[in-house]
Unconditional design. Structure first.
Length: 434
């Protein structure tokens, strides 16, 4: 494994959350007298302000009874795959090795499109951290938890992601696994996933009425899930045990107005020896002809060309901002191109023959919402998080800013186990239960 005012307030919060301060307080969960069950649900694309729209009465009720943050800070890039894996491992991309939803590995020469194979992980996720320390785990639909083949595996996992399931189907499957489980020891960590909010945000834009409808729908689903979960917990566990429902997201969502053709932006149309791929607002270019005497010159000219556009920035891998933790040696491009909020890369090049680099989103049938942007410059990437505890409520604690890399250690602490080697150790500070 490789180990290696509002805007100002958000910038300060991100700096503070990255300071790795020790804020731990012990929460019971690993003693012989009591056991904690953690149910961690990720709602893809749950932007922080969605809680303020009056469309989620149940989620707001959970927040009032538990602890919550409306400043859950994602890693860069704030894309589904790197964000989920960073939360699960407690490390950034350059350590866990999942730089995008789809990526290329320059060492193997292989492309990976929305991969599910757990073997691609280069850092230990929380489900294996728990299993390695003797806890029983069910992980359904969580990114990169599929097709586990190693010597340490969770008790339940899927062979591959099924994109046809509804959010209700996914959460009911998680309950069914626990309901039907007959292990000598109870499942202690259950991970689930919902994608409806993200799909609505991409399709209609984050401010569309369809997104509010999606918020209402997932709120109703979670209300039923919570009731069934609590009933099931009472049949499986003892009165001395405790239940933690952790609801988080991977990123927020911003409105898209303009699509960008990476090939035309970088001037590499039909260029041999250049592998390129994009996801959201991030593009990667690999110059695979290592013996090309003009290789470095081509890279320099490309960077100069891209930086001539006021909406784009190009970096050599080794000059990427250190705060991004994004310098993976084989899965991040020789050049990384990032476009500003409101812009996103087109999945395919433009068909027009006029050579234009950009096009209005409605002319090329692009997504009306996108993420991936740096949360330092785009606070719309911030998400929300709720921690709900039973039988002793937390009482409406405002957690303030929380960094995604703190979630691994938070779950480890709740379960009474040690975080994985290399993971951030500063979990969320919660009041201890009596």
């Amino acid at each position: 494994m490789r180990q290696s005012s509002w805007i100002l307030g958000v910038l300060f919060a991100i700096w503070l959350a990255g300071a790795h301060s020790a804020i731990g307080s012990e929460v019971k969960g690993g003693s012989d007298e009591s056991r904690t069950v953690v149910v961690w649900i990720s709602l893809d694309g749950w932007r922080a302000d969605y809680l303020d729209r009056g469309a989620s009465p149940f989620l707001n009720e959970l927040a009032q009874q538990g602890a919550s943050s409306q400043a859950l800070i994602p890693v860069f890039p704030s894309l589904t795959f790197p964000s989920h894996v960073s939360q699960a491992t407690g490390v950034g991309v350059e350590q866990h090795g999942i730089p995008s939803n789809s990526f290329y590995d320059d060492e193997t020469g292989l492309f990976y499109r929305y991969p599910g194979d757990a073997a691609l992980l280069e850092a230990e996720p929380i489900w294996l951290t728990a299993a390695r320390q003797g806890l029983r785990v069910a992980s359904l639909d969580w990114t990169l938890s599929h097709n586990q083949l190693g010597p340490i595996r969770t008790d339940y996992f899927d062979p591959a992601f099924d994109g046809q399931l509804s959010d209700s189907d996914r959460l009911n499957r998680l309950l069914s696994v626990w309901r039907d489980d007959r292990g000598d020891e109870p499942l202690r960590l259950l991970l689930g996933y919902g994608s409806g909010l993200d799909k609505a945000g991409h399709s209609y834009g984050p401010d569309a009425p369809e997104v509010n409808e999606a918020i209402q729908e997932i709120d109703k689903i979670l209300k039923h899930f919570h009731a069934d979960l609590l009933e099931l917990w009472r049949t499986k566990m003892s009165p001395d045990d405790q239940l933690i429902l952790l609801i988080t997201t991977d990123h927020g969502m911003s409105t898209v107005t303009t699509m960008v053709d990476l090939d035309r932006l970088a001037g590499v149309e039909r260029a041999p020896g250049v592998v390129r791929l994009t996801s959201g607002n991030v593009g990667h270019l690999f110059f695979t002809e290592r013996n090309d005497p003009d290789r470095e010159g081509k890279i320099d000219r490309l960077i100069e060309r891209v930086n001539g556009f006021d909406f784009a920035r190009a970096y050599r891998r080794e000059t990427l901002p250190q705060a991004w933790q994004y310098r993976h040696p084989t899965r991040v491009g020789d050049i990384v191109v990032v476009v500003d909020t409101g812009f996103a890369f087109a999945g395919r090049g433009f068909d027009s023959a006029d050579g234009r680099v950009t096009a209005p989103v409605n002319e090329v049938d692009g997504p009306l919402g996108m993420h991936g942007y740096d949360p330092v410059t785009n606070p719309e990437m911030l998400g929300a998080a709720i921690v709900w505890r039973f039988p002793e409520p937390i009482g409406g604690l405002d957690l303030g800013p929380v960094h995604s890399l703190q979630l691994h250690a938070t779950v480890a602490r709740l379960l009474g186990i040690e975080p994985a080697e290399g993971a951030r150790k500063d979990g969320i500070d919660l009041p201890p239960s009596r």
